[in-house]
Structure formats: structure tokens, C-alpha cells
Design a protein around this ligand. Structure first.
Ligand code: AP5
Ligand code: MG
Length: 249
């Protein structure tokens, strides 16, 4: 999902969101030609990518946020062809095939890229093939790598509740909703993600180690990556903030 900072976006039909997504990519790429930035956030499943992204968006409102997991869950919720194809992979903790992911994310980015904001990409790329496809379109200039211990992640995921339409994330121990079981903004029900079952989480963590973790070296070699270690997003985030502040000067 792209968070535009505009609550009405959440209620947009998928087609309209896709059009915003297209414009976002076009504008982000063009922004690079001027002062814009292309920021990725890497990290294990449940490692706090969405949580840290939310904090970045508050402090650096020039970024638009695109979480491929949220986009896929929207497709599943809306019963689109993409959603039907993606669901079986997601529910078993497997990665959705590269061809489909690259199509979802890149399909419309070849369009002329004129002007716009910077982009924060959460959950893409997740394979070398996706990274190479992205490189063909854009120069990634900033990569945040969140390094959180696996024990911490397993605990947190069992306590995660989400508002499906928006992707907003809650946890009773860390960020409880104002009213138990209800989204703070819409009052709608919170649910647990289908892929947060323990056996699925184990598989997602394994896939991360095998397939996604090599991207850390890939971006490190390009000199654009910074790793942040820790167990608490509230402790990690001030360091992220300082680093971004320096880079965005
Ligand atoms: P996606 O939705 O991206 O899932 P993920 O990478 O597994 O990451 P999560 O969203 O589960 O965790 P997060 O790092 O955002 O952590 P969060 O902030 O929520 O992808 C889902 C699926 O889609 C994939 O498995 C795959 O099938 C498919 N997919 C997506 N992109 C793909 C791609 N490019 N290629 C192929 N397939 C793709 O935090 C976790 C919990 O911790 C929350 O409850 C939060 O409240 C809590 N928390 C955070 N900070 C703290 C703290 N300091 N203390 C206590 N709790 C905390
Ligand atoms: Mg997430």
C-alpha cells in the first residue's frame, strides 16, 4: 500500500490506488533526477519494517510508502486475479514468484518519469532477480537494513493484529489499539494475518535467510546500505532518523 498521508486513499477502489501507485513510481523516479530519493527497507519478516516505515513517514513526509505485502493483501481481499495467484504462496510462507512481483511493482514504471516525491519501498526487492529488475529502472540511493534477533520476532508476530484495508499494525504489548480489537481510525475489526501462524512464520524466516538476506551484501557493495541492530523499534528508530537526516541534507 502506498501511504500518501491522505486518509481518503484507504477508501479508494483498487484501480484508483493502482493509478496513484503508478504516479508515485513515476514521480519518485523523476524526483531522483532532481532532489528525490529512493529508499528501501530490508529486514526479516516481523522485523519492524512496517513499524519503522511509519515513523519515517511522520518525520520525513516527502516519502511515499509502498509495502508489497500490503498491496498483495489488498489484492487477496479484493479477490483479484493477482490476489488469487498470490494467496497460496503467502499462506504457506513462500515468496510470490518474481515474474508476478516484478509485474505488479514495475508494470507501469517504464512510463515517462516526470516529477514528484521520494519513495520508501518496504518488502521489495526480496530476491536478486527483483533487485536487478529494480536497478534497471531506478538508482536506489539509500537502504536501511533492520537486524532484529529471531527470538524477538517470533514473540512479536504472535501478538500482531492488523487492520486489513489500511495495513495498520497493532500489538497489545507494544502498540495497543485505543479500543480492544478495533482500528483506531475507522473503528473496524482488527484481524491476525493468515501467514502469522507459527509454521508459516518459520517458513518465512527460512526463505528470508536463503533468498533475501544476500541482498544485504548486494546493496552494501554499492555503498548505499546501513545496518541497524536492536530489539526495540523505539531505540533503533532514533539512529535511523539521524542517518536519514544526514543523507537527506
Ligand atoms: P510482508 O507483508 O512484507 O511481510 P514480511 O516481510 O514477512 O514482514 P512483516 O510485514 O510480517 O513484518 P514487518 O517487518 O513489517 O514488521 P512489523 O512492523 O509489522 O509480506 C507478506 C508476504 O507477501 C510474503 O511472505 C510473501 O509471500 C509476499 N511478498 C511480499 N513482497 C514480496 C516480494 N517482493 N517478493 C515475493 N513475495 C513477496 O512488526 C512486527 C510486529 O512487531 C508488529 O506487531 C509490531 O507492532 C511489533 N513491534 C514492532 N516494533 C516493536 C517493539 N519495539 N516492541 C514490541 N513490538 C514491536
Ligand atoms: Mg510489514
Amino acid at each position: 500500500m502506498i501511504r500518501t498521508g491522505c486518509a481518503s486513499m484507504i477508501r479508494m477502489p483498487l484501480a484508483q490506488r493502482c493509478s496513484v501507485l503508478n504516479r508515485t513510481f513515476a514521480s519518485a523516479a523523476a524526483a531522483q533526477n532532481s532532489e528525490g530519493h529512493f529508499l528501501l527497507i530490508l529486514g526479516k519478516p516481523g522485523g519492524g519494517k512496517g513499524t519503522i516505515s511509519g515513523k519515517i513517514l511522520k518525520d520525513f513526509p516527502m516519502f511515499r510508502h509502498l509495502s508489497t505485502g500490503d498491496v498483495l493483501r489488498q489484492h487477496v481481499m479484493n479477490g483479484t486475479d493477482i490476489g488469487l495467484q498470490a494467496k497460496e504462496y503467502m499462506d504457506s510462507g513462500e515468496l510470490v514468484p518474481d515474474s508476478l512481483m516484478i509485474r505488479i511493482v514495475m508494470e507501469d514504471t517504464n512510463a515517462a518519469m516526470k516529477s514528484g516525491d521520494s519513495l520508501l519501498l518496504d518488502g521489495f526487492p526480496r530476491t536478486k532477480e527483483q533487485a536487478v529488475a529494480l536497478d534497471k529502472e531506478l538508482d536506489v540511493d539509500l537502504v536501511i537494513n533492520l537486524c532484529v534477533p529471531t527470538e524477538t520476532i517470533v514473540e512479536r508476530i504472535s501478538d500482531r493484529w492488523i487492520h486489513s484495508p489500511s495495513g495498520r499494525v497493532y500489538s497489545y504489548s507494544y502498540k495497543p489499539p485505543k479500543v480492544k480489537g478495533k482500528d483506531d481510525i475507522t473503528g473496524e475489526d482488527l484481524v491476525q494475518r493468515d501467514d502469522d501462524r507459527p509454521e508459516c512464520v518459520r517458513n518465512r524466516l527460512m526463505r528470508y535467510d536463503e533468498v533475501t538476506s544476500p541482498l544485504v551484501d548486494y546493496y552494501d557493495a554499492k555503498g548505499v546500505l546501513k545496518t541497524f541492530h536492536g530489539t526495540m523499534s523505539d531505540k533503533i528508530y532514533p539512529e535511523v532518523n539521524t542517518w536519514l537526516d544526514e543523507k537527506l541534507q
